[in-house]
Design a protein around this ligand. Structure first.
Ligand code: NAD
Length: 243
């Protein structure tokens, strides 16, 4: 079925990649919304909305999607945990797929990291390293936070156990802490590695994205999947068949 899609953040790197992926999949981009455009009118005129813009925009997008009864696919990152909790309360009133990464490879990586974190003893120290292009505005990346969830949950840890970078006389590494390191530079689309190290060996699980098309195709697939679904928050793993 051909869908009318509203893209929020349409002039951005992802917005443009999503427009290409939508047309490639036989859909119509009925509204392109960027700074200064009428968000509500754009969403009202579409079957589904895909938002890859900026964290301050998400609340208006979710509110308009709920008001007009449209499914919403959100790839925007950079929200605090408090912001996320508040936004999810709005988003659950319409069919929503919200993920820090829409690629099948990264979602498989998250699954594998969850298994590794559960299988390896707690003294296998976990560290997360991500690298992105120099124009990225938030850190750590939404994907790095998905990977953090995959490490923290099986180990009974929380976001308070994340150690964002290290500097100065830090003392010895504690067993609980999970290091989080953000590198920025050039045109890197997105590299993520989770390292589990113990005395004598280390396991490294890595994903490298070389094109934004993988996220864009995943977002379009999520849009196709979400149309006609009941209100609620759906996981990207469900959409990609990795649940
Ligand atoms: P970008 O800076 O290239 O594009 C963002 C766009 O949003 C810009 O065109 C900007 O003008 C627009 N925008 C800002 N405020 C707006 C507003 N009030 N109303 C409408 N549009 C507005 O960034 P990008 O690289 O395209 O990334 C966009 C978002 O998607 C970021 O949060 C990024 O981290 C995230 N992202 C997610 C995934 C994923 O798979 N979930 C993949 C890549 C990027």
């Amino acid at each position: 079925m051909s869908l009318k899609i509203c893209i929020v953040g349409s002039k951005g790197r992802m917005g443009q990649a999503i427009a290409e992926a939508a047309i490639e999949a036989g859909h119509q981009v009925s509204s392109k919304v960027d700074v200064g455009d009428d968000l509500a009118a754009g969403i009202a005129a579409a079957d589904v909305v895909i938002d890859f813009s900026f964290h301050t925009v998400t609340k208006s997008v979710f509110r308009a999607a709920v008001e007009f009864g449209k499914p919403v696919i959100c790839g925007t990152t950079g929200h605090s945990q408090e912001e996320k909790a508040e936004l999810l309360k709005i988003a659950e009133k319409t069919a929503t797929v919200w993920a820090g990464n829409f690629s099948i490879g990264v979602n498989l990586l998250c699954y594998l990291v969850e298994k590794a974190a559960a299988a390896l003893p707690a003294d296998y120290n976990a560290e997360i390293v991500e690298m992105h292009h120099r124009l990225k505005k938030d850190a750590p990346s939404g994907t790095a936070l998905m990977l953090a969830d995959a490490v923290l949950e099986p180990r009974g840890l929380s976001y308070d156990d994340l150690r964002h970078g290290r500097e100065g006389i830090t003392g010895e590494r504690t067993q609980r802490e999970v290091g989080m390191h953000s590198l920025r530079g050039g045109d890197v689309v997105g590299d993520h590695t989770v390292i589990f190290s113990e005395i004598g060996e280390r396991v490294e699980l890595t994903h490298k994205a070389s094109s934004r098309a993988i996220f864009a195709r995943g977002a379009v697939k999520a849009a196709e999947w979400a149309v006609g679904k009941k209100p609620g928050i759906y996981s990207i793993r469900e959409v990609l068949g990795l649940a």
